[in-house]
Design a binder for this molecule. Structure first.
Ligand code: ZN
Length: 247
């Protein structure tokens, strides 16, 4: 029911109108989930349960996914600093809302037109000067990009020395799996898990590519109980990439 309602609203409301009224529309649905067992750390609503959508635990109030909530948690604890410059690629609407309220210079970019954004940068040719961002968020982007090496070069170029780029993609075990002869949506879904994905990364494979580009990479691995209060994923990996001062 949730998926069909969402699909209907996307069809009948323009994106900007949906963004404007989303929290109001969600507030009716979220009433069924009010409780004290869990809390979304993004919208701060207390919940009886998260909404199960496939394998994901969605916040019925703001629509956040577990990976959005984890990212918000680590950003607040370790990375966001007043007045810093932040570039974010295709952010979720729930994170866009709260990041816009922070005392930072926040730019959201989306080339596809599917996400709320301020600019439309091509990640393989970013329209920004060298060394201009303190922090870049690149979540679930690189698995869509054929020329990912060029994208990594660009992320490094526009990041300030000692700046940080936080990266996540879907991961599998083993090495990177990519085959550019596969261009058909159905085949891509079979081979790479989604119609618009062009590869599967492994954690080590992505780390190697980023290090070859010139980043220093730290791998954050999280492990949680299934019933954790903020509905984080039980297992999650994030790559934190720093631009060396001499890069
Ligand atoms: Zn929420």
């Amino acid at each position: 029911m949730y998926a069909s309602l969402k699909s209907l609203l996307h069809k009948i409301l323009p994106q900007k109108s949906l963004f404007k009224h989303e929290l109001f529309l969600r507030s009716f649905y979220a009433m069924f989930f009010i409780g004290n067992n869990y809390q979304c750390n993004i919208c701060l609503k207390k919940l009886r349960s998260f909404k199960k959508v496939g394998e994901d635990k969605l916040c019925p109030s703001c629509g956040s996914l577990p990976r959005n909530r984890r990212l918000w948690d680590i950003l607040n604890k370790s990375y966001l600093k007043d007045s810093m410059t932040v570039l974010d690629f295709s952010p979720s609407r729930n994170l866009y809302r709260v990041l816009k309220k922070k005392n930072i210079i926040y730019t959201a970019s989306d080339l596809s037109g599917h996400f709320i954004s301020d600019v439309k940068y091509d990640i393989t040719n970013i329209s920004s000067a060298d060394n201009c961002y303190d922090l870049i968020i690149c979540y679930h982007i690189l698995e869509h990009v054929i020329n990912d090496i060029k994208a990594m070069d660009e992320l490094l170029r526009v990041l300030k020395p000692n700046g940080t780029c936080i990266i996540q993609t879907p991961f599998k075990d083993g090495g990177i799996y990519e085959d550019y002869s596969i261009t058909n949506d159905d085949q891509r879904k079979i081979h790479f898990g989604q119609e618009d994905h062009v590869r599967w990364y492994s954690v080590q494979g992505l780390k190697d590519r980023l290090e070859k580009t010139g980043f220093e990479v730290n791998t954050l691995v999280f492990s949680e109980a299934q019933t954790n209060f903020n509905g984080f994923d039980e297992e999650e990996t994030i790559l934190v990439c720093n631009k060396p001062s001499n890069a």
